[in-house]
Design a protein around this ligand. Structure first.
Ligand code: ADP
Length: 399
């Protein structure tokens, strides 16, 4: 069954086309909203093709992607009606969705209600859904939510200590994100451990441009580091993560910044970029740190120290763990981050095999813990699109 997976951001669309679990094509359309939108399109086993187009909104972006997929030279499909279902990554499902779901008018209305709490993320996701409804009106569409996996968190983990009325009236609570990834790598980890998923305690560290840590107890998310928005938790590439909530108020007063400016400061100019003043890319930070750049070293240390504290606190939340999983661009590729974040945790039964960790092969799942480690340290490549394709297939077939 052929399924198209779409991840629509504010100015970009990522896509992958699957036939069952086999990836047929993938691509990224960037700079939507301009006459210089760039499409990087790759059919599996062939060379990447790059082209530039005028693409002013998501509708014409998706039209371009569909026509590329059936193009005589660049394409892979004989006809567009070979696509039997479309799966969308939807960032925020609020409290309405605890699993992936077929998109119906009622579901669409609920996703629209969530715009209020996810004003940056849900509108482009919805644009993608509307566009597909017009371009492929007969094809079932499925929404796969970043928040759904975390709907199992207990109240004590998701309620903030502010007046309760803000939860009941304004829906302010911890939601958590990256759920598709945390769910996928934790299930893969259970397989590697040789245990039934619902008998495991796993801490998953999704470390990429955005980073979040999740405690998964007997197959259920019980706590996660991102919150009401993806700004809470770990310091990230450009996001501040956990800070004293009084700090933004103080800066706003001192520097006479408005809400929009402080929002940009915390989301786009903070994190490891803000500390180092050099880059949000961990490869650059590691290179600069090796050359003796003190603030690059400090940024890496702040990141890894915070990660270590999250691991410790989630061990406390679950009374232990069977495994810690590293995933995402940084988690999968940076042996330095894995080494720093797990150093001196032997009192918790966490011992890394430094040699294995340094020699870990790119793109493969591997156990990098020492033989004596009670807690396994696993590196598992995430595959969010595959999860979306599988959910879409399952739901489209059963409806
Ligand atoms: P996203 O959250 O956008 O999906 P990714 O998971 O692809 O991002 O992670 C991107 C980040 O991964 C980059 O910003 C970079 O810092 C980091 N990264 C990728 N490769 C390496 C590497 N070899 N060493 C260290 N960091 C890396």
């Amino acid at each position: 069954m052929k399924v198209l997976v779409l991840n629509c951001g504010s100015s970009s669309i990522k896509y992958k086309l699957y036939d069952d679990d086999q990836q047929l094509a993938e691509g990224l359309l960037e700079k939507i909203g301009t006459s210089q939108a760039q499409l990087n399109h790759t059919v599996t086993g062939r060379k990447k093709v790059v082209s530039v187009h005028e693409v002013l909104e998501h509708h014409s972006g998706i039209e371009l992607i569909l026509s590329t997929l059936v193009d005589g030279e660049k394409g892979i499909l004989g006809a567009i009606d070979e696509i039997q279902a479309v799966g969308h990554r939807v960032v925020h499902g609020g409290e309405a969705f605890s699993q992936s779901t077929l998109i119906t008018p009622e579901v669409l209305a609920k996703i629209e209600e969530c715009i209020d709490i996810a004003p940056l993320h849900n509108p482009p996701n919805l644009s993608g859904i509307y566009a597909v409804s017009e371009l492929l009106p007969k094809v079932p569409q499925v929404a796969v939510f970043d928040t759904a996996f975390h709907q199992t968190m207990p109240e004590k983990a998701y309620i903030y200590a502010i007046p309760y009325v803000f939860y009941t009236r304004n829906h302010i609570r911890k939601y958590g994100f990256h759920g598709v990834s945390h769910g996928y790598v934790s299930e893969e980890a259970a397989t590697m451990l040789g245990k039934p998923y619902n008998e495991t305690r796993i801490i998953t560290c999704h470390l990429g441009n955005g980073s979040s840590i999740t405690a998964i107890d007997h197959g259920k998310s019980v706590d996660t580091s991102m919150g009401f928005t993806p700004l809470e938790g770990m310091p990230m590439g450009t996001r501040c993560g956990d800070i004293d909530p009084a700090v933004p108020l103080y800066i706003m007063g001192k520097e006479e910044l408005n809400q929009q400016q402080i929002n940009a400061l915390l989301n786009k100019h903070s994190g490891v970029l803000g500390i180092s003043g050099i880059s949000n890319d961990f490869r650059t930070l590691e290179e600069e740190s090796a050359k003796g750049e003190k603030r690059a070293t400090l940024a890496l240390e702040v990141f890894c120290y915070k990660l270590k504290k999250y691991i410790g606190s989630y061990m406390a939340a679950m009374n232990g763990a069977d495994a810690i999983v590293f995933t995402g661009g940084i988690g999968e590729n940076s042996y330095t981050v894995r080494e720093l974040a797990t150093s001196d945790l032997d009192f918790l039964g966490i011992v890394l095999d430094k040699e294995k960790n340094r020699n870990k092969k790119r793109g493969e799942a591997e156990d990098v813990s020492a033989d004596c480690s009670r807690v396994r340290i696993l590196v598992i490549p995430t595959n969010e699109e595959l999860v979306i394709a599988r959910d879409t297939r399952r739901i489209a077939v059963s409806n």
